[in-house]
Design a protein around this ligand. Structure first.
Ligand code: SF4
Length: 295
């Protein structure tokens, strides 16, 4: 890899920005939600505190939340690009960002519980690579908090308890069940990423890929766009609210995709991401120079 220093510098900046600067599309939905809540309520107070927190993090150049979460990197690279070198330089940038305090030492050994000083270990960070047609490298990072990861759920339809069949109404019932069971845990208000179909593993991956979408967009599949809007309306009526303290704002958005499946199984996979929706991305030239920011 030529110009390793460019790569490291830009990947470090991607991590810094992701950790400290809540994306505008997320912040503007939180602002809108604040206006929709009654003044003096816990919901209004909590959303105000979230916005204050976001502003402080930006001004003080400090992490938005003490929970660094899992570091999910998505790369789109041109044919023949050296992905091993990209992994190595990203790991170096993660170590450096941890040393600088942009990432808390948040990665531990699953057997011993011992902490890794750099957030670099077997399984951390997480890398996904795709081959793109362009001669640039597209890199996106999501920092996925542990609390919201814990309330994710996967359903296998039909579900007798929910009276949910293998149709979009069954899907809706599963999503609402996941939100109801979470009761605002995982630091609501957040965003749901949903995958209909697929196998268990690819469905979880696809559900999290929904977090790369802008909050303002709608599914290009009409049925799914309608379902996204319907879920938002249904969840508002649950009155779970920010942090589960009551109010209209339990979700900021719902993003749904579908994958093909085998006739024997139909999964509905629901991933949550919290209000600290840390997601940034950038496009780099093949030499590592920054071309533009994506969010
Ligand atoms: S779920 Fe999100 S907001 Fe809550 S502690 Fe984890 S990262 Fe922070």
């Amino acid at each position: 890899m030529k110009k390793k220093a460019y790569w490291e510098k830009n990947l470090f900046e991607l991590i810094r920005r992701t950790s400290t600067d809540l994306p505008q599309d997320v912040e503007s939905v939180i602002r809108r939600s604040l206006k929709a809540e009654k003044k003096g309520t816990r919901a209004h107070h909590t959303l105000g505190a979230i916005l204050e927190n976001a502003e402080l993090a930006r001004v003080k150049d400090a992490p938005l939340c003490q929970d660094t979460g899992a570091l999910l990197f998505e790369f789109r690279v041109p044919a023949g690009f050296d992905t091993n070198a990209l992994v190595a330089v990203t790991r170096t940038a993660v170590s450096r960002a941890t040393r600088h305090g942009y990432l808390r030492q948040n990665t531990i050994d699953s057997l011993s519980g011992a902490s890794y000083e750099t957030n670099v270990a077997h399984g951390s960070p997480v890398f996904h690579f795709h081959q793109g047609a362009r001669k640039t490298v597209d890199v996106r990072l999501v920092m996925k908090g542990g609390g919201c990861e814990n309330v994710g759920a996967q359903y296998s339809l039909p579900d007798v308890d929910l009276k949910a069949g293998r149709d979009l109404e069954g899907v809706r019932l599963c999503i609402l069940d996941a939100v109801w069971k979470a009761q605002g845990n995982g630091c609501a208000p957040g965003v749901l990423g949903v995958c209909i179909g697929g196998d268990r593993a690819t469905a979880y991956k696809a559900s999290k890929e929904q977090f790369l979408r802008k909050l303002s967009d709608k599914s290009r599949v009409k049925q799914l766009a309608r379902l996204e809007s319907r879920i938002m309306r249904d969840v508002k009526r649950m009155e779970i609210g920010p942090m589960g303290l009551g109010g209209k704002t339990t979700l900021l958005a719902v993003k749904i995709d579908s994958l093909s499946r085998v006739p024997a199984s139909m999964f509905v996979t629901v991933s949550f991401i919290c209000w600290a929706f840390r997601r940034r991305g950038m496009v780099l030239g093949t030499e590592g120079g920054l071309k533009r920011w994506l969010y």
